[in-house]
Write a protein that binds this ligand. Structure first.
Ligand code: NAD
Length: 476
């Protein structure tokens, strides 16, 4: 399969060459160079900003029904192109083809959800204070949005940034990940082919800090949506604050999983191991710290390790593979340094614990037992295929452990006790909570965190609202 042309998409034009800097795009399963992605210059970014500003009034005036028709059509095109686009995601990012296919369907669903939800950007009419008077609250598009989409969901992340802004009547510039440019361009192409006018969307790549610095300094950009790490999120939030821009920050997590002693251990393990090694653990809501009741800890740990040792790792395009490589060359080293430090601090290596020999950026599915709370891996997001296990005795201890970090993105709990379920719902500090389930991301539900995991939500009615401003109008 030849790799698609890689370009910047600005004002309806596909730009590459012309002296632009480039960066190689690498297949993480083989190390093979797939192509060169052009990096935007300041002039390119100015062009995207000018187009976003110029195209906004007509896009806004088009109205939600027409915008919805275009989004729905783009969703259809994604479904028609699903096999080719899913393969692209596997080749650029490394995830298995099955995961890539599912991600593509969710990207299509995201457009379809926003196509409908855009028609429900309701305001309200307030009771009048005097005869002949009218007081209304209306929702309006915030204006041109800058979205920053990382590589771990190379289809889903750009679709979220684009879908919400477009449905609300905003123009949008997406800086997509340089590691997975073909995927972001395939998502944008579906919108272009559906009829979204030139200038309404732009997809750029570049030196990340240069692009964010340039876009966020511009008065054209009215809102910022970033998905990525906590440190970068804080930098971008500070840049946005200087221009008082609205922000949605979907940052890192360190999800706790509380496993109580009333569960079917084997059934929970089947779900937990698949969830942990999905996308080689490179998911912000990946289950990471497994706190297991001491009565079932040994059985749980042994079962997790046995499954991890036989988990099929390989090229995501190959049949039967359930975990691919890490997404880029920096990741194996980053994961290894956390795992090595934890073992040095006294954690037990129950499975894996080393990079895999050969080509590509593979790391073994890893399970660490009795990990000291002070180990870095218990405190920093590992973003890799490693489960860290610890024990608890009482309910209060489990909750305290779940809440001990500054992160608050996702959390999970497994128990059959209904009263305990209610208390967990009350007491766990997280933006999303899965009870007896790891399924927490669907287009109709808000996706976002609390504490240092960020603020605001993507998807759901909250995702649309992030691209709207509220205006109060009084008439008499
Ligand atoms: P990284 O910090 O270099 O990059 C993470 C993402 O942020 C990339 O998409 C990158 O392009 C972007 N980025 C970095 N600096 C930026 C800047 N100044 N302005 C705008 N965008 C910027 O790290 P990495 O090795 O690529 O990824 C690993 C870390 O990133 C993980 O530990 C994880 O915390 C985080 N991450 C989080 C998510 C998520 O879904 N929340 C996704 C991908 C990566």
């Amino acid at each position: 399969m030849t790799h698609p042309d890689l370009h910047l998409l600005i004002d309806g034009r596909q730009l590459c060459g012309e002296g632009r800097r480039t960066r190689p795009v690498v297949n993480p399963a083989s190390g093979e160079i797939l192509g060169e992605v052009p990096l935007a210059s300041s002039a390119d970014l100015d062009r995207a900003l000018e187009a976003a500003q110029r195209s906004w009034p007509a896009w806004r005036a088009l109205g939600p029904q027409q915008r919805g028709n275009l989004l729905r059509k783009a969703g259809e095109l994604l479904r028609e192109r699903s096999e080719a686009i899913a393969r692209l995601a596997t080749v650029e990012e490394g995830k298995t083809l099955a995961e890539a296919r599912l991600e593509l369907i969710i990207a299509a669903e995201t457009f379809e959800w926003y196509a409908e939800e855009g028609r429900r950007a309701y305001g309200r009419v307030l009771p009048q204070r005097a005869s002949g008077m009218r007081m209304t609250v209306v929702k309006e598009p915030v204006g041109p949005v800058a979205g920053f989409a990382p590589w771990n969901f190379p289809l889903g992340n750009p679709a979220r940034k684009l879908g919400s802004a477009l449905a609300a009547g905003c123009t949008v510039i997406v800086k997509a990940a340089e590691e997975t440019p073909g995927c972001a361009l395939a998502i944008a192409q579906a919108l272009v082919d559906a009829g979204v006018p030139a200038g309404v969307i732009a997809v750029v790549f570049g030196v990340p800090a240069e692009v964010s610095g340039h876009l966020l300094a511009s008065p054209v950009i009215r809102a910022v949506s970033f998905t990525g790490s906590v440190p970068v999120g804080k930098q971008l939030a500070a840049l946005a604050a200087a221009g008082m821009k609205r922000t949605t920050m979907e940052l890192g997590g360190h999800a706790p999983v509380l496993v109580f002693d009333d569960v079917d251990v084997e059934a929970v393990l089947d779900l937990a191991v698949a969830a942990k090694f999905r996308n080689a653990g490179q998911i912000c809501v990946s289950p990471t710290r497994f706190y297991v009741h001491e009565a079932i800890y040994e059985k749980f740990a042994a079962g997790f390790a046995a499954r991890a040792r036989s988990w099929p790792v390989g090229n995501g395009l190959d049949e039967g593979v359930k975990m691919g490589p890490l997404a880029h060359a920096r990741r194996p080293q980053a994961v290894a340094s956390l795992i090595d430090e934890a073992i040095g601090a006294g954690a037990k290596r129950l499975a894996g614990g080393a990079p895999m020999a050969g080509k590509g950026f593979f790391y073994q599915p890893t399970v660490l037992g009795d990990v000291p709370e002070a180990a870095r891996i218990m405190n920093e997001e590992p973003f890799g295929p490693v489960a860290v296990l610890g024990r608890f005795g009482s309910f209060d201890e489990a909750i305290a452990k779940a809440n001990r970090l500054p992160y608050g993105l996702a959390a999970y709990a497994f128990t059959q006790n209904a009263r305990r379920v209610n208390l967990i719902g009350e007491q766990v500090e997280s933006g999303m909570l899965g009870i007896n389930s790891f399924t927490i991301a669907v287009p109709e539900a808000p996706f976002g965190g609390v504490k240092e995991s960020g603020y605001g939500s993507e998807e759901g009615i909250e995702g649309l609202d992030a691209c709207l401003v509220t205006k109060f109008i009084t008439e008499s």
